[in-house]
Design a protein around this ligand. Structure first.
Ligand SMILES: NC(=O)c1ccc[n+]([C@@H]2O[C@H](COP(=O)([O-])OP(=O)(O)OC[C@H]3O[C@@H](n4cnc5c(N)ncnc54)[C@H](O)[C@@H]3O)[C@@H](O)[C@H]2O)c1
Length: 330
């Protein structure tokens, strides 16, 4: 289960965290860091930053409590500050969550390296801007890496740790230790490919979802149920490869690939190649309103959070057999 731990003392070495940018992702990271007892300074020029942090805290605290974190009032640990420099001063970790704009990120790291200690963790939450592109204006380009969370970071275990070729190995190890101590499941992605891994997978599946809906094969409401009642359940317990290893019966994946592999491969050529043109967007908008329009986004988020916590708790009480692929958290 995603619980904080300080096994190798990494949270004692890295007590002060600067969170830069407090939108969807930054506010969620800030809540997690504060609930883990770290000292968090947040910088975001938006005037409503304190209100956003507060609202995220209210939403996240029950979830964080269920996950084993401290849900008590974080006022003494979580502070919005007026300048970037104030947030960076004395930081052991900088988690960047600003605009998805390479110029912003380059400027931030060029400033940060002048202020924070040489072995501070400089990590970007970016969904797609490589660390090697972000570090271009730094004197020491070995200092930055990507720590890409899945939304919301205070709840979903995965963090894709994506170093640039020049990132120092010890910083990669330290980032992995830091996230693991926070109950996350950090995984190192070995090449800086666009979309990293999880978003590429998501994109591949979503492309076919859009095709099937646009082609009238199934509507949005039924497609979502088809996924949650089969693939979602299956993939919460074993990834695609383990699932097909089991799909091959006693012969495992080798048998599966011989027996059903050719049929699967023949499908690859006929999968859809939809466009998000105006007609398709209009269709998706109509169907999403009809499927979920009766509920507010907030109530859907609350239900999602409750259900995902239940899944995490259930999985932790019956640890999966593939312990190498799913290492103990914490
Ligand atoms: N939304 C997601 O699902 C998701 C998931 C994983 C990673 N990410 C990545 O996280 C980062 C943030 O995304 P988001 O969805 O939270 O965006 P967002 O628009 O919700 O938040 C961005 C925040 O940056 C702030 N900002 C603007 N200028 C700034 C500055 N000069 N200094 C500090 N803050 C500034 C904005 O006020 C805003 O609050 C992006 O790099 C994105 O790729 C997003």
């Amino acid at each position: 289960m995603a619980q904080p731990s300080s096994q190798d003392g990494v949270l004692d070495r890295r007590r002060r965290v600067a969170v830069i940018g407090a939108g969807t992702i930054g506010a969620s990271w800030a809540a997690l860091f504060a609930a883990a007892g770290l000292e968090v300074r947040v910088h975001d020029p938006s005037e409503d930053t304190p209100a956003r942090l507060d609202s995220m805290w209210q939403q996240a605290a029950p979830v964080l409590a269920d996950l084993g974190f401290d849900p008590s009032d974080p006022a003494d640990r979580l502070q919005a500050v007026g300048s970037l420099e104030e947030a960076l001063e004395g930081a052991d970790v900088v988690q960047e969550n600003g605009p998805e704009d390479v110029r912003f990120k380059r400027q931030l790291w060029a400033t940060a390296e002048q202020i924070v200690r040489a072995d501070a963790l400089l990590v970007s939450s970016t969904s797609g801007i490589r660390a090697s592109a972000q570090s271009k204006e730094m004197n020491d380009r070995s200092r930055v890496l990507v720590g890409h969370p899945f939304n919301p970071p205070h709840l979903v275990p995965l963090v894709e740790v994506v170093p640039a070729p020049e990132t120092r190995n010890e910083l990669v190890d330290e980032a992995v230790a830091f996230y693991r101590a926070l109950g996350k499941r950090p995984l190192v992605v070995r090449k800086e490919v666009p979309g990293f891994v999880a978003n590429r997978l998501q994109s591949a599946l979503f492309r076919e979802c859009v095709h099937l809906v646009a082609d009238g094969v199934v509507d949005i409401a039924d497609l979502d149920q088809i996924v949650t009642a089969s693939l979602g359940l299956r993939w919460a317990t074993g990834g695609p490869f383990l699932s097909f290893h089991l799909g091959g019966g006693p012969g495992g994946l080798p048998h599966f690939l011989r027996h059903l592999g050719p049929g699967m491969e023949s499908m690859w050529g006929i999968l859809g190649d939809p466009r998000l043109d105006q007609d398709t967007v209009d269709l998706l908008e109509r169907q999403i309103a009809s499927a979920y329009g009766d509920s507010s986004i907030e109530s859907l988020e609350r239900r999602r959070d409750r259900q995902q916590v239940s899944v995490l708790q259930a999985l932790s009480s019956s640890r999966a057999p593939d312990s190498r692929a799913q290492p103990a958290e914490g």
